[in-house]
Structures are given as C-alpha cells and as structure tokens.
Design a protein around this ligand. Structure first.
Ligand SMILES: C[S@@+](CC[C@H](N)C(=O)[O-])C[C@H]1O[C@@H](n2cnc3c(N)ncnc32)[C@H](O)[C@@H]1O
Length: 296
C-alpha cells in the first residue's frame, strides 16, 4: 500500500493513496491528533524558555553533548536523521559539528520553528526539516538512508508501537549505519509524578495512558490550550527485542542515574540540562542510552 506525506499530513494520519481526502479525515488517529495539538502549543513556550536557551545557543552554538560525541565520534560529513526533532536544537547541534542533518517531527509549529532556527544559525545548507509522523519517516524522506539515526529524550512514550518504530529505524539506516537512542527510562514512565510509586503499566499496552496537564517540562508560565495527551510505555526488554527483531545489532545499553530535565520535584540540577537524585534518596535509573548498528 502506497503512503504519501503531503498536504494531508496536516491532518495527522497515514495517508493511503487510494482513499479520497474525506476518508483521510475519518481515519485520523484521535490520540495522535491530540498529542500533536499539545506539542504545537508547547513549541512557543519551549522556544522562549531558559531551559532551551535559544538566544544563548545562537550566541554560542554548541555541538552535540560530550556523551554523544564519545559514542558517535566525529560526525563531520555524515548523514544523520533526528526522529522527533522538536524545534531542532539537538538536530542543529549535529549540523554545527559538520553533519548533514534531517529532522522529522509531526508538529508543524515545531518544524516551522526549526527551519527558522536553522536560518538564524546560518545552517540551512546542512539542515532540512520534514513534517511527518515518525512511524512514516522512511516514506517521508522518500527512502533516503542515513549513517546515523538519532533520538533524544522524550520520544518513545509518544508512539503506540515500538515494533513499528524499530521497523522505521531499520529502514532509515544504510548498511553499517548506527542508531543512537537516549530516552527516559521506562521505569520512570511507569511511576507517579510525585512519588516512586507505580501508577502506569511498565509494558506497552494497546490503550494509551491519558494525561491532562496545562503545563510543560520547561520554565514559562503560559498555560497550554490543548492539555490532553496520550502516552504508551515500552519496557526496556520490548525496546531491545524490537531492535533485534529488525536485524540490528545491539552495541551498548546503558542505564543512567541522571536525566536532562526535572522529571521529579526532588531531583537536583548538577550541570547544564542534567538532573539526578540527591544522595539521601535511592539511586534509580532516570534515562538510558541504546546504541545499535545495521549489518555492514
Ligand atoms: C520531548 S520532545 C523531544 C525533545 C527533544 N529531545 C529536545 O529536547 O529537543 C518530543 C517530540 O516528539 C514529537 N512527536 C510526538 N509524537 C510524534 C509522532 N508520532 N511523530 C513525530 N513526532 C512526534 C513532538 O512533536 C515533540 O517535538
């Protein structure tokens, strides 16, 4: 079945070539539509936040984080695709380091902001941004393949199927290409916001968990208009199994006692975009990094 990402992608669903436009509207996934409206609302708040510090980055553009360069080495001249790129800051860090980058996100507001940021950073020759659902990423880039598929924090919980995600990753990697995935630890997706008490499933479920929150994880007071979101957890085992099932080799899996945002009110900031538990609390896994590669 052919799929296309075009004008109809604005309506948020898989677009089958054989269906007229009104059928596309009827097949729209309401969970994904709600999530996209919420992310559209968050973009201006995030772009103005000191958490992301866009002006600081433009004045002093940074490359990728130390741990990313430790894992990936020199990215100069490599083709990298960033899945769920938000408004492109992490993507453009790799362009700044010399990679040719593509960012994909389903939020038109995020993609617009990312293009504007690329222009302000004079990186448009090395960066392009595509509006698409990540589960249709391979089609959205017309089958192009990459040296690196890069995913940064806060990505997988928005996706109903880790298997479908892994299929996209495998389709986007050229032979020998590498996946760099750093995300929230699924154990921390399963617990409540104010306590280390299990509130949600640790495993992927057919039905998403639903949330209603007028705020976001950055500073900035403006309340969000679209507050309802839907999330799916994926256990560490399910993630590893999906990656292996799509023919990738796992090169490294590391659980971290730190994360890049204040996931819990008791976390303490120990560096730029780095939070961890204080010593009086148990050390728990807050994020993880998975490195995998396609066969040569
Ligand atoms: C937490 S943000 C990623 C943030 C990124 N690590 C950063 O700090 O810039 C999650 C992103 O996933 C995007 N997203 C959520 N579901 C998506 C989907 N199904 N397809 C594409 N993008 C999606 C949202 O629009 C949002 O930009």
């Amino acid at each position: 079945m052919g799929h296309r990402i075009g004008r109809a992608a604005d309506l948020k669903f898989a677009c089958r070539d054989d269906l007229p436009l009104y059928c596309h509207v009827l097949t729209m996934d309401p969970h994904v539509a709600a999530n996209r409206a919420n992310w559209d609302d968050r973009v201006p708040v995030h772009a103005a936040s000191s958490h992301y510090d866009v002006d600081g980055w433009l004045a002093n553009p940074r490359g990728p984080r130390v741990e990313e360069l430790d894992a990936l080495g020199d990215v100069g001249g490599l083709d990298l695709i960033h899945l769920q790129c938000h408004f492109g800051m992490d993507t453009l860090a790799f362009a700044h380091a010399g990679a040719q980058v593509t960012g994909i996100d389903f939020s038109p507001v995020a993609i617009g902001e990312a293009r504007s940021l690329a222009a302000r950073a004079s990186l448009t020759d090395r960066a392009r941004f595509v509006e698409a659902d990540v589960l249709q990423a391979a089609d959205a880039v017309d089958g192009q393949t990459y040296d690196i598929v890069y995913v940064s924090l806060g990505a997988l919980c928005w996706l109903p199927s880790i298997t479908q995600w892994a299929a996209q990753v495998a389709g986007l990697l050229r032979p020998g290409g590498r996946l760099y995935l750093h995300d929230v630890h699924p154990l921390m997706v399963a617990v409540a916001d104010d306590d280390l008490r299990f509130q949600y499933s640790y495993f992927e479920e057919a039905q998403p968990a639903s949330y209603d929150d007028a705020t976001t994880y950055t500073d900035g007071d403006a309340p969000l208009a679209n507050t309802r979101t839907y999330e799916w957890n994926h256990s560490l085992g399910e993630i590893v199994t999906a990656v292996l099932a799509h023919g990738l080799q796992i090169d490294q899996l590391t659980e971290h006692d730190w994360t890049t945002y204040p996931r819990f009110p008791w976390l303490i900031q120990t560096g730029e975009r780095r939070w961890r538990s204080p010593t009086e609390r148990p050390r728990v896994p807050l994020s993880f990094t998975l490195l995998a590669s396609a066969p040569p």
